[in-house]
Design a protein around this ligand. Structure first.
Ligand SMILES: Nc1nc2c(ncn2[C@@H]2O[C@H](COP(=O)(O)OP(=O)(O)O)[C@@H](O)[C@H]2O)c(=O)[nH]1
Ligand SMILES: [Mg+2]
Length: 270
Protein backbone atom coordinates (compact mmCIF):
# COMPACT_ATOMS: atom_id res chain seq x y z
CA UNK A 1 0.00 0.00 0.00
CA UNK A 2 1.13 3.54 -0.71
CA UNK A 3 2.73 4.91 2.52
CA UNK A 4 0.52 8.01 2.39
CA UNK A 5 -2.55 5.71 2.32
CA UNK A 6 -1.30 3.89 5.41
CA UNK A 7 -0.67 7.21 7.10
CA UNK A 8 -4.26 8.26 6.40
CA UNK A 9 -5.51 5.02 8.01
CA UNK A 10 -3.39 5.33 11.16
CA UNK A 11 -4.20 8.99 11.34
CA UNK A 12 -2.42 10.11 14.50
CA UNK A 13 0.32 8.89 16.83
CA UNK A 14 -1.00 7.74 20.20
CA UNK A 15 1.12 7.75 23.37
CA UNK A 16 0.31 6.58 26.91
CA UNK A 17 2.26 8.49 29.56
CA UNK A 18 2.39 6.94 33.04
CA UNK A 19 3.71 8.46 36.24
CA UNK A 20 2.68 9.64 39.67
CA UNK A 21 1.32 13.16 40.18
CA UNK A 22 3.99 15.85 39.79
CA UNK A 23 6.35 13.55 37.91
CA UNK A 24 6.58 16.16 35.14
CA UNK A 25 4.34 14.39 32.61
CA UNK A 26 2.39 17.39 31.32
CA UNK A 27 5.60 19.43 31.09
CA UNK A 28 7.16 16.80 28.82
CA UNK A 29 4.11 16.62 26.58
CA UNK A 30 4.07 20.41 26.26
CA UNK A 31 7.74 20.34 25.34
CA UNK A 32 7.21 17.59 22.76
CA UNK A 33 4.40 19.64 21.20
CA UNK A 34 6.45 22.83 21.53
CA UNK A 35 3.79 24.71 23.45
CA UNK A 36 2.95 26.09 26.88
CA UNK A 37 -0.79 25.77 26.35
CA UNK A 38 -3.00 23.31 28.19
CA UNK A 39 -4.30 20.38 26.19
CA UNK A 40 -7.89 19.97 25.02
CA UNK A 41 -9.46 16.83 26.50
CA UNK A 42 -11.81 14.57 24.53
CA UNK A 43 -13.79 11.60 25.81
CA UNK A 44 -13.57 8.23 24.10
CA UNK A 45 -16.48 9.20 21.83
CA UNK A 46 -14.36 12.06 20.54
CA UNK A 47 -16.43 14.80 22.22
CA UNK A 48 -14.53 17.70 23.73
CA UNK A 49 -14.94 17.87 27.51
CA UNK A 50 -15.83 21.27 28.88
CA UNK A 51 -13.02 22.79 31.03
CA UNK A 52 -15.38 23.44 33.98
CA UNK A 53 -16.60 19.83 33.94
CA UNK A 54 -13.01 18.66 33.84
CA UNK A 55 -11.94 20.82 36.80
CA UNK A 56 -14.92 19.62 38.84
CA UNK A 57 -14.17 15.95 38.17
CA UNK A 58 -10.47 16.49 38.98
CA UNK A 59 -11.46 18.04 42.29
CA UNK A 60 -13.46 14.91 43.04
CA UNK A 61 -10.26 12.93 42.37
CA UNK A 62 -11.68 11.34 39.24
CA UNK A 63 -9.48 10.36 36.36
CA UNK A 64 -10.17 8.56 33.10
CA UNK A 65 -7.33 6.97 31.19
CA UNK A 66 -9.58 6.68 28.10
CA UNK A 67 -9.72 10.48 27.77
CA UNK A 68 -7.59 11.85 24.96
CA UNK A 69 -5.32 14.86 25.45
CA UNK A 70 -4.56 16.91 22.36
CA UNK A 71 -2.49 20.09 22.19
CA UNK A 72 -3.89 22.36 19.45
CA UNK A 73 -0.31 23.31 18.50
CA UNK A 74 0.35 19.73 17.38
CA UNK A 75 -2.86 17.72 16.94
CA UNK A 76 -0.92 14.86 15.34
CA UNK A 77 -0.29 13.44 18.82
CA UNK A 78 -2.95 11.92 21.05
CA UNK A 79 -1.91 11.40 24.65
CA UNK A 80 -3.46 9.27 27.36
CA UNK A 81 -2.48 10.18 30.89
CA UNK A 82 -2.24 7.71 33.74
CA UNK A 83 -1.44 8.97 37.22
CA UNK A 84 0.55 5.90 38.16
CA UNK A 85 -0.59 3.36 40.68
CA UNK A 86 0.36 4.75 44.04
CA UNK A 87 -2.86 6.44 45.01
CA UNK A 88 -5.29 3.77 43.92
CA UNK A 89 -3.05 0.76 44.40
CA UNK A 90 -4.27 -2.47 42.84
CA UNK A 91 -7.37 -1.07 41.14
CA UNK A 92 -5.40 1.65 39.34
CA UNK A 93 -2.88 -0.92 38.20
CA UNK A 94 -5.70 -3.12 36.90
CA UNK A 95 -7.17 -0.16 35.00
CA UNK A 96 -3.85 0.61 33.28
CA UNK A 97 -3.19 -3.06 32.62
CA UNK A 98 -6.59 -3.51 30.99
CA UNK A 99 -6.25 -0.33 28.95
CA UNK A 100 -2.87 -1.51 27.62
CA UNK A 101 -4.18 -5.02 26.89
CA UNK A 102 -7.19 -3.59 24.99
CA UNK A 103 -5.17 -1.04 23.08
CA UNK A 104 -2.27 -3.30 22.13
CA UNK A 105 -4.38 -5.61 20.00
CA UNK A 106 -7.12 -3.21 19.01
CA UNK A 107 -8.35 -4.26 15.57
CA UNK A 108 -8.29 -0.73 14.30
CA UNK A 109 -4.67 0.38 14.05
CA UNK A 110 -5.59 3.98 14.80
CA UNK A 111 -6.97 3.17 18.28
CA UNK A 112 -3.83 1.34 19.32
CA UNK A 113 -1.30 2.77 21.72
CA UNK A 114 1.90 3.15 19.76
CA UNK A 115 4.34 3.94 22.56
CA UNK A 116 4.37 4.05 26.36
CA UNK A 117 6.43 6.61 28.26
CA UNK A 118 6.84 5.65 31.94
CA UNK A 119 8.03 8.56 34.11
CA UNK A 120 9.92 8.36 37.38
CA UNK A 121 10.80 11.70 39.00
CA UNK A 122 14.31 12.05 40.36
CA UNK A 123 13.46 14.75 42.88
CA UNK A 124 12.39 11.94 45.19
CA UNK A 125 15.43 9.79 44.43
CA UNK A 126 15.04 7.75 47.59
CA UNK A 127 11.69 6.60 46.19
CA UNK A 128 12.96 6.05 42.67
CA UNK A 129 11.53 2.55 42.18
CA UNK A 130 8.49 1.91 44.29
CA UNK A 131 6.46 -1.26 44.43
CA UNK A 132 4.33 0.20 41.62
CA UNK A 133 7.24 0.27 39.19
CA UNK A 134 8.40 -3.20 40.14
CA UNK A 135 4.87 -4.47 39.62
CA UNK A 136 4.44 -2.78 36.25
CA UNK A 137 7.76 -3.98 34.86
CA UNK A 138 7.34 -7.49 36.21
CA UNK A 139 3.72 -8.14 35.39
CA UNK A 140 2.32 -5.84 32.74
CA UNK A 141 2.33 -7.39 29.29
CA UNK A 142 2.65 -4.49 26.88
CA UNK A 143 2.74 -6.78 23.85
CA UNK A 144 4.46 -5.12 20.94
CA UNK A 145 4.13 -1.60 22.37
CA UNK A 146 7.59 -0.26 23.17
CA UNK A 147 8.03 1.17 26.67
CA UNK A 148 10.55 3.90 27.36
CA UNK A 149 11.48 4.73 30.94
CA UNK A 150 11.92 8.46 31.49
CA UNK A 151 13.84 9.64 34.55
CA UNK A 152 12.26 13.08 34.86
CA UNK A 153 13.51 16.14 36.75
CA UNK A 154 17.01 14.74 36.35
CA UNK A 155 18.46 18.14 37.35
CA UNK A 156 17.47 17.26 40.93
CA UNK A 157 20.61 15.08 41.08
CA UNK A 158 22.96 17.91 40.15
CA UNK A 159 23.19 19.49 43.63
CA UNK A 160 24.42 16.28 45.26
CA UNK A 161 26.98 15.83 42.51
CA UNK A 162 28.09 19.46 42.87
CA UNK A 163 28.67 18.93 46.61
CA UNK A 164 30.58 15.73 45.97
CA UNK A 165 32.84 17.46 43.44
CA UNK A 166 33.55 20.49 45.65
CA UNK A 167 34.35 18.14 48.54
CA UNK A 168 36.94 16.49 46.31
CA UNK A 169 38.57 19.96 46.07
CA UNK A 170 37.26 20.97 42.68
CA UNK A 171 36.59 24.71 42.28
CA UNK A 172 32.94 25.73 42.56
CA UNK A 173 33.01 27.02 38.98
CA UNK A 174 34.30 23.73 37.55
CA UNK A 175 32.02 21.68 39.80
CA UNK A 176 28.99 23.60 38.57
CA UNK A 177 29.97 23.01 34.97
CA UNK A 178 30.78 19.32 35.41
CA UNK A 179 27.96 18.31 37.78
CA UNK A 180 25.44 17.43 35.02
CA UNK A 181 27.88 15.16 33.16
CA UNK A 182 29.07 13.47 36.37
CA UNK A 183 25.52 13.05 37.66
CA UNK A 184 24.59 11.26 34.43
CA UNK A 185 27.65 8.97 34.61
CA UNK A 186 27.09 8.16 38.28
CA UNK A 187 23.45 7.37 37.57
CA UNK A 188 24.11 5.20 34.50
CA UNK A 189 26.56 3.09 36.51
CA UNK A 190 24.43 3.10 39.65
CA UNK A 191 22.08 0.63 41.29
CA UNK A 192 18.84 1.97 39.78
CA UNK A 193 19.82 1.33 36.17
CA UNK A 194 21.25 -2.08 37.12
CA UNK A 195 18.00 -2.93 38.88
CA UNK A 196 15.96 -1.94 35.84
CA UNK A 197 17.72 -4.36 33.52
CA UNK A 198 18.30 -7.21 35.98
CA UNK A 199 16.19 -10.15 34.78
CA UNK A 200 16.12 -11.51 38.36
CA UNK A 201 14.13 -8.49 39.56
CA UNK A 202 12.48 -7.13 36.38
CA UNK A 203 10.92 -9.60 33.96
CA UNK A 204 9.68 -7.11 31.38
CA UNK A 205 12.22 -4.29 31.27
CA UNK A 206 11.66 -1.17 29.17
CA UNK A 207 13.23 -1.02 25.71
CA UNK A 208 15.48 1.77 26.94
CA UNK A 209 15.61 4.72 29.32
CA UNK A 210 16.28 8.43 29.00
CA UNK A 211 17.21 11.08 31.55
CA UNK A 212 15.49 14.42 31.08
CA UNK A 213 16.66 17.44 33.10
CA UNK A 214 15.18 20.95 33.23
CA UNK A 215 12.13 20.25 31.11
CA UNK A 216 10.44 23.20 32.83
CA UNK A 217 13.04 25.65 31.45
CA UNK A 218 12.50 27.65 28.26
CA UNK A 219 15.47 26.10 26.47
CA UNK A 220 14.57 22.53 27.47
CA UNK A 221 15.67 19.78 25.10
CA UNK A 222 13.43 16.77 24.64
CA UNK A 223 15.60 15.57 21.73
CA UNK A 224 16.86 12.40 23.46
CA UNK A 225 13.29 11.27 24.13
CA UNK A 226 12.28 11.91 20.51
CA UNK A 227 15.32 10.05 19.17
CA UNK A 228 14.92 7.04 21.50
CA UNK A 229 11.21 6.80 20.69
CA UNK A 230 11.89 6.79 16.95
CA UNK A 231 14.56 4.11 17.40
CA UNK A 232 12.36 1.78 19.43
CA UNK A 233 9.54 1.67 16.86
CA UNK A 234 10.16 -1.43 14.79
CA UNK A 235 7.15 -0.88 12.54
CA UNK A 236 8.46 1.27 9.68
CA UNK A 237 5.15 3.04 9.05
CA UNK A 238 4.71 3.98 12.70
CA UNK A 239 8.28 5.13 12.84
CA UNK A 240 7.73 7.42 9.86
CA UNK A 241 4.47 8.68 11.33
CA UNK A 242 6.19 9.52 14.62
CA UNK A 243 9.12 11.23 12.93
CA UNK A 244 6.84 13.35 10.74
CA UNK A 245 4.45 14.19 13.62
CA UNK A 246 7.13 15.47 15.96
CA UNK A 247 8.27 18.91 14.91
CA UNK A 248 10.95 19.65 17.45
CA UNK A 249 13.75 17.72 15.82
CA UNK A 250 14.18 18.55 12.14
CA UNK A 251 17.50 16.75 11.93
CA UNK A 252 15.69 13.54 12.79
CA UNK A 253 13.26 14.16 9.90
CA UNK A 254 16.15 14.50 7.52
CA UNK A 255 17.94 11.43 8.92
CA UNK A 256 14.91 9.16 8.42
CA UNK A 257 14.07 10.72 5.06
CA UNK A 258 17.56 9.90 3.82
CA UNK A 259 17.36 6.33 5.14
CA UNK A 260 13.86 5.70 3.71
CA UNK A 261 13.55 7.84 0.58
CA UNK A 262 10.07 6.51 -0.26
CA UNK A 263 8.78 8.27 2.86
CA UNK A 264 10.31 11.61 1.90
CA UNK A 265 6.99 13.18 0.83
CA UNK A 266 5.33 12.15 4.12
CA UNK A 267 8.13 13.37 6.33
CA UNK A 268 8.83 16.63 4.60
CA UNK A 269 5.29 17.57 3.63
CA UNK A 270 3.16 16.63 6.63
N1 LIG B 1 13.32 20.90 38.36
C1 LIG B 1 12.46 20.45 37.43
N2 LIG B 1 11.14 20.66 37.59
C2 LIG B 1 10.29 20.20 36.64
C3 LIG B 1 10.76 19.47 35.50
N3 LIG B 1 9.69 19.13 34.76
C4 LIG B 1 8.59 19.60 35.39
N4 LIG B 1 8.95 20.26 36.52
C5 LIG B 1 8.03 20.92 37.47
O1 LIG B 1 7.34 19.90 38.20
C6 LIG B 1 6.00 20.30 38.50
C7 LIG B 1 5.01 19.22 38.04
O2 LIG B 1 5.06 19.11 36.63
P1 LIG B 1 3.81 18.55 35.78
O3 LIG B 1 4.28 18.49 34.38
O4 LIG B 1 2.58 19.33 36.05
O5 LIG B 1 3.66 17.07 36.40
P2 LIG B 1 2.47 15.99 36.18
O6 LIG B 1 1.61 16.05 37.40
O7 LIG B 1 3.18 14.67 36.11
O8 LIG B 1 1.77 16.32 34.91
C8 LIG B 1 5.81 21.64 37.81
O9 LIG B 1 5.99 22.66 38.78
C9 LIG B 1 6.93 21.69 36.77
O10 LIG B 1 7.34 23.00 36.47
C10 LIG B 1 12.19 19.26 35.37
O11 LIG B 1 12.69 18.65 34.41
N5 LIG B 1 12.98 19.76 36.37
MG1 LIG C 1 -0.30 16.61 34.53
Amino acid sequence: MDPSEIKKKIDRFRILIIGRANAGKTTILQRVCNTKENPDIYNSAGEKIDAAVLIASRERGEHNIENEMVFPKNPGFIFHDSRGFESGGESEYDEVNKFIADRSKEGNMKDRIHTIWYCIPMDQASRCFTEAETKFFSRCDTGSIPVIMIFTKFDALYATEFTRLTESRMSRKDAKQLAPKHAKETFENGPQVKFLYDPKTIRRPPKCHVCLPNMNKDDADCGPLIERTAETLDNGVLQQLFVSTQRTNLELCMKYAVEEPEYLPIICLP
